[in-house]
Write a protein that binds this ligand. Sequence first.
Ligand code: GLN
Ligand code: ZN
Length: 761
Amino acid sequence: MVSHIVGYPCIGPKRELRFALESFWDGKSSGEDLQKVAADLRASIWKQMADAGIKFIPSNTFSFCEKVLDTTAMLGAVPPKYGWTGGEIGFDIYFSMARGNLSQPAMEMTKWFDTNYHFIVPELGPETKFSYASHKAVSEYKEAKALGIDTVPVLVGPVSYLLLSKPAKGVEKSFSLLSLLRKVLPVYMEVIAELKAAGATWIQFDEPTLVLDLQSHQLQAFTEAYSELESSFSGLNVLIETYFADVPAEAFKTITGLSGISGIGFDLVRGTQTLDLIKGGFPSGKFLFAGVVDGRNIWANDLASSLSTLEALEAIVGKDKLVVSTSCSLMHSAVDLVNETKLDSEIKSWFSFAAQKVVEVNALAKALAGTKDEAFFSSNVAAQASRKSSPRVNNEEVQKAAAALKGSDHRRATPVSARLDAQQKNLNLPILPTATISSFPQTMDLRRVQREYKAIKISEEEYVQAISEEISKVVKLQEELDIDVLVHGEPERNDMVEYFGEQLAGITFTVNGWVQLYGSRCVKPPIIYGDVSRPKAMTVFWSSMAQSMTSRPMKAMLTGPVTILNWYFVRNDQPRFETCYQIALAIKKEVEDLEAAGIQVIQIDEAALREGLPLRKSEQSFYLDWDIHSFRITNCGVKDTTQIHTHMCYSNFNDIIHPIIGIDADVITIENSRSDEKLLSVFREGVKYGAGIGPGVYDIHSPRIPSTEEIADRINKMLAVLESNILWVNPDCGLKTRKYTEVKPALANMVAAAKLLRKEL
Ligand code: GLN
Ligand code: ZN
């Protein structure tokens, strides 16, 4: 009975890769220094897995940016604008594609399936030439071999690579990316031949697109690709790895029908129906890589339950053909629990980061082989039991309140147009009201104050003093700029998600639980481990202070339940919607306290609403239903005169326009300036929208200052499709990362543009 790991985080237990990359980019260290840090990280990962007893240890899962870009380099598919003239691709070309250079911006980046990991979208066309231009897979294989460790080189499979690509600029949208298959396969064959020559006996092809809703010609491409490659597979075992969801029945038929391959990997955590497909028939003689240890969270595996799944599978495929594996790469989990010195020991016993998951995989393999580590299993049973019954997890009152929400609709009684009228009587706003999304620049001074307060280096009093001065500055500035609805600027928040996590019960934090987004970028998601509740008001103090400084309406600022859910590690012992409802109830209390404190405008950010959208269409409407419901719960109890705003920032607004209407907010502000036409076309096509809407009038991601004319022009375009009485004027998103020298003139131009157009209306 053997064990396999799909992939492993490469950022390092203390973000070593991040610091090495930054030092290299800043010119403080050389390319060799960077390579050395990378090689040391790889060596320690391989050794750790070998020591744990893992049989199939992955290589080529390390990346200086991310794995799709590594594949683009391997295939020599560098867009011409980066001036690559051939030869092995080095750091200069590689990082030009990843980060841009003096003359060219970086390539587009997008999210890797429904994770927070990002990949660089290959830009391909009929003219793209492919050639073997990065030997990284082979050199990593040899590097491990030199350490005495035989690894399984991992490649992004050719079909997924093409399906995740986009047609390059100027290439017809109708161009079939899959038509490039014939051109990329010869390069794959060269890589395979070289790996074989270096001694590799297994190769893993990651083909996660197999879990999507594919059309039959796309499925056909898998059959074509792997039969074409079959000739180069002789003497080699090939694993096709899938992850992140169920493999649909058609796709299952396709992969199980491939003749040249030796094994298939499935995500059995998210793929609950895959198990039934396997029970219905699995090709004899092939290895089944059973992904039972979850790569996407930080929870200790329920070993007893995994073991029974594995035993059922063993009965189907046979003892010698079952491989215990992870559900996907462990890179979506945190790295190593050993470095969590501040976690309480009971809670800690419930967790398992990547390093611990490796041990779990091996323990399961050993148990199946008849050499069960009884002590390890019984301490797992104890931890599972303590998690189930711990008073830290269970809060009966919260459970009851959340359970009572199901089945009901939770809608504000008055329709939005009447609410807007009632609000306008109080707020008295001009037509085309101006506002910002909330955060103002976070200066070095401000960050220092936040840090020193956390480290108890300054007193509560000093802290309140410093923050209130900052709020007062921001309020004055907005009054000078003549903005209509003001914000306090969020100076007390280091981060819009962490800030709430720190104040809610049932949530904990790690010191080193970093997860890589790509390259040097990481996040440290808070962990929801128990029933969520709000012990006391979270934002009322600062919002009322800010309101007291001005006679204009002050917009209070909260992060919504769905965004909290999507940006945190979420408990796996109850459905996600259940947890979402609990957070919604906590936010609801805050909304009501803000209203009672006299706040008339409350924004509930749902920046990440779309991120949790399931990969398969059949599951999307259920998700959107409870998502939208959760949002409505937060504010269904407020008065008609209280104006509820929400903010979202992603550009694919179109496909979820109807759910967004269903959210029933009074005003929605939305990122738009990088995808103007897309958003407007929705309304041009006749979607009725009666609530207030503020499509961002300028891009806050760039230091560029937009002119008054340019902003006025944008607003005019919107006025062509939207009623003037529902349109708001605001930037795309918060101003946190900008400088005051950019923010002041940009906002001044924004207000000037609104005033200019008011005269014309
Ligand atoms: N209120 C947050 C801010 O203004 C929203 C940030 C976001 O949408 N990402 O910074
Ligand atoms: Zn935003």
